[in-house]
Design a binder for this molecule. Structure first.
Ligand code: 5AD
Ligand code: SF4
Length: 466
């Protein structure tokens, strides 16, 4: 028997990268690789990179500096370490990486992960290997591989990619260039994956895609299915206890999706719906294809069918030419909607995007000031949302033992971590928890029923808010 080779993957950025990393582990398991927690003793290190903002991109080169030292150290001990750069920086700057970082052996774009074993062989034969083309027709070629039998259980909650790429071309965003055109997986393939995952103990699925509600995969009836219809079908699978999806575009919220929120108890009432700005002029300059009022109406449609629904969002401050009044419109929108959580970013020009050519930049101090004000507002909404849970009884899906001995941690419908003292046999179950305190972002409480024979679904007694 040969000794297994060690693989270390470091992922940056979005949930799609987390998912892709698992796929790479599965693909390379077939080549005798096992995962290791440390880069230093790995035979292959993969940096799974993010190109969305400048800061995210820069991390690659500083990490490569550290890895060069680890690689030299390994070589001194007669051990060969291969270094691969994957993800969106690989896609966008593949050639540059090859020139700038001689320590890198393999550069692989997100559409080519199924070729990793071959790229490793190529790198061994030629010294280095680069693959960043868009093989459009087999974009999802890597997904059915390894065959479903090889999908490994990974806890209680798992991601499943249902679509990839984006055709929206927001002027600030690199995704349409790094992840390519929007493509949806067939319904049957997704069902196969979900069946396999639930057989392995998974109870919560988050369907992911860069523009997930643009989903239009081929259905078993030969017609394209919407995301709402797909969710309805997946909810019929017996062990699917919770469903989520991310990330959505306001323009692609259709009646099927609203109906799914109305009809499916499994579909969690927590929706990530980025708006980016509250100003119509900025939204137009961003090519978002919706106004602030369009967004408010979409929120109202969700709220009309699920009173307990909550929202999170993404915001960009300091988009080129954003005035103080236009920024105030963003604050006004946040105040009006009331978010359970939100992410906010300073605008970062990305090479190759239309916004990077726009000249009217906002000063760094102005950006910092706006970001601070927006984050303060969001933080106060998030704290109020979390505090509102105290004294209520909420459903928690238990996921794992917590760091403190005897504690088990799970998540509420709104993804808030919730801790209870209980036996580990509650892992995988949804149980009502009486919340009695809040520590930073984490809820603490007691099981409301100690000996529930099976997962119970009790109504959430809380009301709040690509
Ligand atoms: N600058 C700042 N933030 C950006 N995002 C995407 N591109 C940029 C950029 N160039 C943010 C958006 C998006 C989230 C994933 O990242 O808010 O929704
Ligand atoms: Fe980027 Fe989202 Fe706009 Fe697509 S919809 S271009 S992923 S910000």
């Amino acid at each position: 028997m040969t000794t297994p080779r060690k693989l270390h993957i470091k992922s940056y950025g979005c949930q799609m990268n987390v998912y892709d990393a698992q796929r790479m582990v599965d693909t390379l398991a077939g080549e005798g690789f096992v995962e290791t927690a440390s880069a230093d003793d790995a035979d292959l290190v993969i940096l799974n990179t993010c190109h969305i903002r400048e800061k995210a991109s820069e991390k690659v080169y500083s990490e490569l500096g550290r890895l060069r030292v680890a690689k030299e150290e390994a070589a001194r001990h007669g051990r060969e370490m291969k270094i691969a750069v994957a993800g969106c920086v690989a896609q966008a700057e593949g050639e540059e990486i090859v020139h700038r970082a001689p320590t890198v052996d393999i550069v692989v774009g997100p559409q080519s992960y199924h070729h990793l074993p071959e790229l490793l062989k190529r790198a061994k034969a030629n010294g280095r290997a680069l693959e960043t083309e868009f093989p459009v027709e087999d974009k999802f070629g890597f997904l059915p591989q390894p065959k479903p039998a090889a999908i490994r259980a990974r806890g209680i909650s798992a991601f499943v990619t249902v679509q990839e790429g984006c055709d929206k071309f927001c002027t600030f965003c690199v995704v349409p260039y790094t992840r390519g055109a929007e493509v949806s997986r067939p319904v049957a393939d997704i069902i196969d994956d979900v069946m396999q995952l639930t057989e392995n103990g998974v109870r919560e699925l988050t369907l992911i895609g860069q523009n997930v509600n643009a989903y239009h995969g081929d259905g078993p009836d030969g017609r394209p299915w919407s995301l709402g219809k797909l969710l309805q079908r997946l909810a019929e699978i017996p062990d699917v206890k919770r469903l989520r999806y991310s990330t959505s575009h306001p323009r692609d919220v259709d009646d099927d999706l609203i109906a799914a929120h109305r009809d499916l108890a499994e579909l969690m009432p927590f929706v990530h719906l980025p708006v980016q700005s509250g100003s119509d002029r900025i939204l137009a300059a961003m090519n978002r294809k919706h106004t602030a009022d369009d967004y408010r109406r979409v929120i109202d449609r969700f709220r009309a069918v699920r009173q307990d629904i909550a929202f999170s969002s993404d915001f960009i401050v300091g988009f080129p030419g954003e005035t103080a009044e236009e920024f105030s419109a963003t604050l006004a929108l946040v105040t009006q909607i009331g978010y359970a959580a939100a992410y906010s970013f300073k605008y970062s020009p990305r090479p190759g995007t239309p916004a990077a050519e726009m000249r009217e930049t906002v000063s760094a101090t102005e950006m910092d000031e706006r970001l601070g004000r927006l984050q303060d507002l969001i933080d106060s909404q998030q704290s109020a949302f979390n505090r509102a849970a105290i004294g209520t009884t909420v459903d928690v899906l238990f996921e794992r033992a917590a760091r403190n001995p005897g504690q088990i941690v799970g998540r509420t419908a709104y993804l808030q971590p919730a801790h209870v003292m209980a036996s580990p046999d509650i892992i995988g179950k949804i149980l009502p928890v009486r919340i009695d305190s809040l520590e930073r972002y984490s809820l603490k409480g007691e099981l409301a029923t100690r000996s529930a024979p099976s997962p119970i679904s009790s109504p959430v007694s809380q009301t709040i808010g690509a």
